[in-house]
Design a protein around this ligand. Structure first.
Ligand code: ATP
Ligand code: MG
Ligand code: MG
Ligand code: MG
Length: 482
């Protein structure tokens, strides 16, 4: 089943259950405390907190999301994209746990020819918050899930709150068993690669206060109006329904991987394990597929490359993609080949990537060119440093690596690789020390800036770890600069 069909079925199903279909909001969150829209619920925050009255009691959406916090996972797990689409259904003081569970089960297990996704019920597992017996009983009563496939999880995994006094509540998640080829038996608590999380149901039912940490706070009462907030990862479902190994091989991303393979002359093999000799190249191609799409969608939503905030995330994505292509052996500009492939895979759902392609591609291609120039100028500096170090019979100093990074924007992994090619080691511990010192200075600086935002929405810290507006500062100074 193609991605477009998956999202169509989603919306049709929830509209048939009385939900209003709400178009995706921009990736650039309207909530000033968030860098990006990180979940389907973000546009509905005013209704979920009862700050505003919802114009509908039930809503459904397919929301474009960016989670920069997942960037290091991309290509290494089967399931983490920097860009993805979260399908959601929401109840604002209307239905609660029982219907949320029933809807989810019905849509997932209804046969494909009857309008559902046709997942075999015996491959579905469920987690509930450890104290939420009510949810467990509702699963048992309303679905075919046996008690042996319902697992309890603690607050850290299955409790949603914002980190601020306000609404909170237990979650219940649905996982799909990919089978013994993907890991050990024992349900999601045993193996999250084999058992892939596909859908999170959040039951907002309590008022909390005195939040001391993610799993330490006081429940001070029930909410007068209970809400439902759910999110299903469209790409994860597509991976299952399309019978592919990971979300990057689904129809909206795979064509970019194929293009990267063609450009580099390397074969894409779906290798999953680090023991497989193809693994590293495959990860690089998946990174390319993911990051190129994220860049396309971010520029479509008005983000332009810069040295801070959202623009820096975009810059980092483009540079990581270019860098990955280089590591695959392609040194020329690749975006003129890769970006159109991503456009063609996405335009069916998002026509703007085609109608606005002149603008989008101009921005993206210029950024790639600038980075290639950076690489070229850094290379000359690196060669000087290499020659000096060799003459002195010592490794490339941490200070040299730091200057290359800091002044020339030359990523450390590139320095390591090129030094190695020249038969030289790099004083990495010294480099890391200098990076750390720089980061500490930056954090002290960011603290000052944080104060200016102290009164922004309660939703910043814990909505999704590391997704606050301040991520930009730390990432900017982070060692994985590219
Ligand atoms: P995981 O534990 O796999 O990282 P999560 O618990 O962080 O996922 P949620 O915050 O519960 O995810 O988001 C709701 C749903 O959105 C998830 O169940 C998943 O299907 C999807 N999702 C979350 N993060 C990503 C991502 N980076 N790429 C693709 N889909 C995602
Ligand atoms: Mg996650
Ligand atoms: Mg999870
Ligand atoms: Mg989850």
């Amino acid at each position: 089943m193609k991605s477009q069909e998956i999202t169509k079925r989603w919306v049709d199903f929830f509209v048939s259950k009385g939900h209003t279909a709400v178009p995706s909001a921009s990736l650039v969150s309207s909530d000033p405390s968030l860098l990006f829209t990180v979940a389907g619920m973000v546009p509905f925050i005013p209704y979920l907190t009862a700050r505003e009255e919802a114009p509908y009691a039930r809503a459904t959406s397919v929301q474009k999301c960016i989670r920069t916090g997942d960037i290091e996972e991309v290509g290494k797990t089967a399931r983490h994209g920097t860009f993805f689409q979260m399908c959601g259904n929401f109840s604002f003081g209307d239905y609660f746990k029982e219907d949320a569970i029933k809807f989810a089960w019905e849509l997932l297990t209804t046969p494909v020819d009857a309008g559902g996704y046709g997942l075999p019920p015996e491959l579905l597992w469920v987690t509930v918050y450890e104290e939420d017996d009510e949810a467990k009983d509702l699963w048992l009563k309303n679905t075919g899930v046996p008690a042996s496939r319902i697992q309890r999880m603690g607050k850290a995994d299955n409790y949603w709150h914002t980190g601020q006094p306000g609404p909170a509540g237990p979650c219940s998640e649905i996982y799909y068993d990919r089978g013994p080829d993907y890991g050990v038996e024992g349900g999601p608590i045993a193996d999250e690669n084999r058992y892939v999380e596909i859908w999170n149901l959040v039951f907002m039912q309590y008022q909390i206060d005195n939040v001391r940490s993610k799993d330490d706070f006081d429940i001070v009462g029930e909410l007068p109006k209970k809400n439902i907030d759910t999110g299903l990862g469209m790409e994860r479902l597509a991976m299952i329904l399309q019978g592919v190994e990971n979300m990057y091989e689904t129809d909206q991303v795979r064509p970019v991987i194929d293009k990267a393979a063609a450009l580099s002359g390397k074969e894409y093999t779906s290798a999953e394990t680090v023991d497989d000799p193809h693994h590293t190249d495959d990860v690089r191609m998946r990174v390319v597929g993911d990051h190129i799409r994220s860049a396309l969608m971010l520029i479509a939503d008005g983000v332009t490359p810069s040295n801070e905030g959202r623009g820096y995330v975009l810059r980092r994505l483009i540079r990581r993609a270019v860098r990955s292509m280089r590591l695959l052996g392609v040194e020329k500009a690749c975006l003129p080949d890769l970006l159109p492939a991503s456009r063609d895979a996405m335009k069916g759902v998002y026509p703007v990537v085609e109608t606005d392609f002149d603008r989008i591609s101009r921005i993206a291609y210029a950024e790639e060119k600038a980075f290639l120039r950076t690489i070229a100028s850094g290379t000359a500096r690196l060669e000087d440093a290499v020659n000096e170090s060799k003459a002195a019979g010592r490794p490339l100093s941490g200070a040299d690596a730091f200057t290359l990074h800091d002044t020339y924007g030359f990523p450390i992994d590139l320095t390591l690789e090129m030094a190695e090619e020249a038969g030289l080691k790099v004083d990495e511990p010294e480099f890391r020390k200098l990076m750390l010192e720089q980061r500490k200075r930056a954090q002290a600086d960011a603290k000052g800036k944080k104060g200016a935002h102290a009164d922004v929405s309660a939703f910043q810290e814990l909505l999704s770890e590391g997704e606050t507006v301040f991520t930009g500062y730390t990432e900017l100074e982070g060692e994985s600069r590219v």
